[in-house]
Design a protein around this ligand. Structure first.
Ligand code: ADP
Ligand code: MG
Length: 260
């Protein structure tokens, strides 16, 4: 094994995040290996989304730092982390409801383009050329995530499951190394969850590392290589799913009261 594949893709070193007197994250250290599906679970308010907000640059950590793909990051803007290869979806779907499915994915792609959104709006020649390539790639991604409705369909006219997939397509359009999904199965029915599972396995097989926050414990157990459990901002357990689910602290904090 060479040193690059052996080094973790993401390493969290003693990250804390305070909101006034509240510690949303306390001294959290963890690492995510290249190519794995890493699950992040814990009760509501445990700090899971806050961790996503730190690694995507929406929040600055109060202490600690993280390393991504061999570089240190402490206080970076979201576009810097997006270009570094971190993409995410949101717990509450954030799509442009009145833009088409295709346009929503194309917007994701602009992270990687020279002309960017402004150039695309001004529509100079270079931008038009680039725009065609972006549209082509966006169409591929819509097919890839299994959106079968016409690509011009407005996002708000897609079903709930399709909207979740569209968010994933938009995140994939940035060509991420790490795809971070914040409760992607929330609100999905059993069929939608099953096809999400297949999609995530396909994404991982393509070489993209996946960080998954999920309440559906069954989904976590079948999909994840390793899992970390947060409770009140602290990491209380980490390991392979089957071991983690047996730990008394985890059962007490999270799994015990739930039969799902
Ligand atoms: N912007 C914010 N301002 C103040 N408190 C916040 C903010 N974001 C999150 N929190 C608090 O941090 C804690 C962790 O929240 P969150 O990361 O959303 O938890 P989870 O995603 O695990 O449910 C909660 O107590 C939440 O109220
Ligand atoms: Mg959350």
């Amino acid at each position: 094994m060479n040193s690059i594949s052996a080094s973790p893709l993401l390493q969290f070193s003693s990250i804390s995040k305070q909101f006034g007197g509240l510690s949303a994250l306390s001294d959290v250290s963890l690492h995510i290996r290249r190519g794995e599906i890493y699950g992040l679970i814990g009760p509501n308010g445990a700090g899971k989304t806050t961790l996503f907000n730190v690694i995507t640059g929406l929040y600055q950590a109060s202490a600690g730092e993280f390393q991504f793909n061999g570089k240190n990051y402490q206080s970076c803007k979201p576009h810097v982390l997006a270009r570094a290869g971190i993409a995410r979806t949101f717990q509450n779907i954030r799509l442009f409801a009145n833009l088409s499915a295709l346009e929503n994915v194309m917007i994701g792609r602009h992270v990687r383009t020279k002309t960017g959104v402004i150039g695309a709006l001004l529509r100079n020649r270079a931008a038009r050329h680039e725009e065609r390539a972006i549209a082509e790639r966006a169409r591929e991604l819509l097919d890839y995530v299994g959106i079968t409705k016409p690509h011009q369909t407005l996002a708000r006219h897609l079903s709930y499951g399709e909207q979740r997939r569209l968010e994933i397509a938009r995140a994939l359009a940035t060509d991420p190394l790490l795809l971070a999904l914040d409760e992607p199965a929330a609100g999905m029915n059993a069929t939608e969850t099953e096809s999400l599972k297949t999609l995530l396995q396909t994404i991982r097989a393509s070489g993209i590392t996946v960080l998954l926050i999920e309440h559906d414990v069954k989904l976590i157990m079948v999909l994840c290589d390793r899992v970390a459990v947060l409770d009140y901002g602290k990491k209380i357990a980490e390991g392979i799913p089957d071991e983690v689910r047996r730990k008394p602290a985890v059962i007490a904090a999270y799994l015990g009261g739930s039969d799902d």
